[in-house]
Design a protein around this ligand. Structure first.
Ligand SMILES: *[C@@H]1O[C@H](CO)[C@@H](O)[C@H](O)[C@H]1NC(C)=O
Ligand SMILES: *[C@@H]1O[C@H](CO)[C@@H](O)[C@H](O)[C@H]1NC(C)=O
Ligand SMILES: *[C@@H]1O[C@H](CO)[C@@H](O)[C@H](O)[C@H]1NC(C)=O
Ligand SMILES: *[C@@H]1O[C@H](CO)[C@@H](O)[C@H](O)[C@H]1NC(C)=O
Length: 346
């Protein structure tokens, strides 16, 4: 101790220590300064944003990531994994965009170190099964899992009462609507399940989604819907059911969809529509309903649709392209038929 004090108190040594301290300080400033950025990436310090795009990365670019990064984009690279530890280096992260990489799986508790993350985009990776709590911990509002290989979407991915308002699971391999998962997202406003293999929507699956405004079910394999499917989704504005195999609709299916502005039913197997079923749709936009590309059977049973179209021509998308499939009238526009032409049983 005494020796050290002596040396330290010596004027020359004091000087040296000061220089050394200054050098350390200068180095520290330099390393943490504006020049810090991972190799192969571009950093925008003013916006606290980092972008690594179309570069030969194979691992998460931990080295040199600015600590204050709030937006991180890694896209068109060859990274195959991402971990909780990787994200611990960017504790202020708000948006993470991982579009088109080679991620095959994600770990449990991935988001434990990023308490401000609200947007996570995993579009076009190779994700199949995901573990419990993979999206827990962060206050996510937007979660995009579009174009992966997911067969089951589990309730345990998310905490109860998750803050998600936008969930995109389109372009995966789902065969049923993830009813249990939807119980955990009562604040959801946009749900995209298009381009999957959905065969049915089990009763009450959508009942917790009272805030839902947009539901996309295009391009699935739905052939029937339960009358109560949309009983609680009072806020729906856009409903897309095109490119399915729907061959009939229950009479009261749309009863509670009084806010609906767009309804796409094109490219299904509908031959008629139950009397009164479109009446609750007070809010349809001009050209807001698409009924084209269905095999309409132009007989007595189609009278409701015929007269609805007379009264609401402007609300139909390409009304002249809603055509009959029945032998005698094949190709004729439903609108153009006379009452006596419709008055047949065949
Ligand atoms: C983030 O940190 C860098 C380097 O420390 C700094 O230059 C930049 O201004 C900071 N950005 C924001 C948005 O705070
Ligand atoms: C990813 O790896 C493949 C070969 O496996 C290579 O052809 C491609 O250029 C790599 N992508 C990038 C962005 O480096
Ligand atoms: C659910 O979360 C919202 C805020 O996101 C909060 O206001 C509400 O009290 C929570 N409800 C329950 C049952 O925890
Ligand atoms: C419409 O909503 C009311 C009240 O929420 C409910 O009692 C009724 O069953 C719903 N109708 C349909 C067909 O879903």
């Amino acid at each position: 101790m005494a020796v050290w004090r002596l040396i330290l108190n010596h004027p020359e040594n004091k000087m040296m220590n000061t220089w050394r301290a200054l050098a350390v300080l200068w180095l520290a400033c330099f390393c943490r300064g504006t020049t810090s950025c991972p190799a192969l990436c571009t950093c925008f310090p003013q916006k606290a944003e980092v972008i690594c795009s179309e570069v030969p990365l194979t691992d998460f670019p931990s080295e040199g990531l600015p600590e204050n990064t709030t937006i991180l984009t890694i896209q068109f690279t060859n990274i195959t994994s991402i971990s909780e530890q990787h994200l611990n280096s960017v504790p202020l992260l708000q948006q993470l965009h991982l579009y088109r990489n080679r991620l095959q799986s994600l770990p449990s508790h991935l988001l434990r170190g990023v308490p401000f993350l609200h947007t996570l985009d995993l579009t076009e990776n190779k994700l199949t099964e995901l573990p419990v709590d993979v999206f827990s911990h962060a206050p996510l509002r937007s979660l995009v899992l579009k174009n992966n290989l997911i067969e089951n979407a589990d309730a345990e991915w998310l905490p109860e009462n998750s803050s998600l308002t936008w969930l995109d699971l389109s372009g995966n391999r789902l065969t049923k609507v993830p009813a249990a998962l939807l119980q955990n997202v009562p604040h959801l406003e946009i749900l995209d399940l298009s381009n999957n293999h959905l065969e049915r929507i089990s009763r009450s699956s959508l009942d917790s989604l009272t805030k839902l405004q947009k539901l996309d079910l295009d391009n699935n394999k739905l052939d029937t819907l339960d009358e109560s499917t949309f009983q609680n989704t009072h806020s729906l504005i856009h409903l897309f059911l095109a490119q399915n195999k729907l061959n009939s609709l229950p009479k009261n299916l749309f009863q509670n969809l009084t806010q609906l502005r767009n309804l796409n039913l094109d490219d299904n197997q509908l031959s008629h529509i139950p009397p009164g079923s479109l009446d609750p749709l007070h809010s349809l936009d001009e050209q807001g309903i698409d009924l084209t590309s269905n095999p309409w059977l132009c007989n007595r049973k189609l009278q409701y649709l015929w007269s609805w179209l007379q009264k609401n021509t402007k609300k139909a998308y390409l009304p002249d392209s809603i055509t009959c499939s029945s032998q005698l009238l094949a190709g004729r526009s439903v609108m153009s038929l006379t009452e006596s032409e419709l008055n047949t049983d065949s």
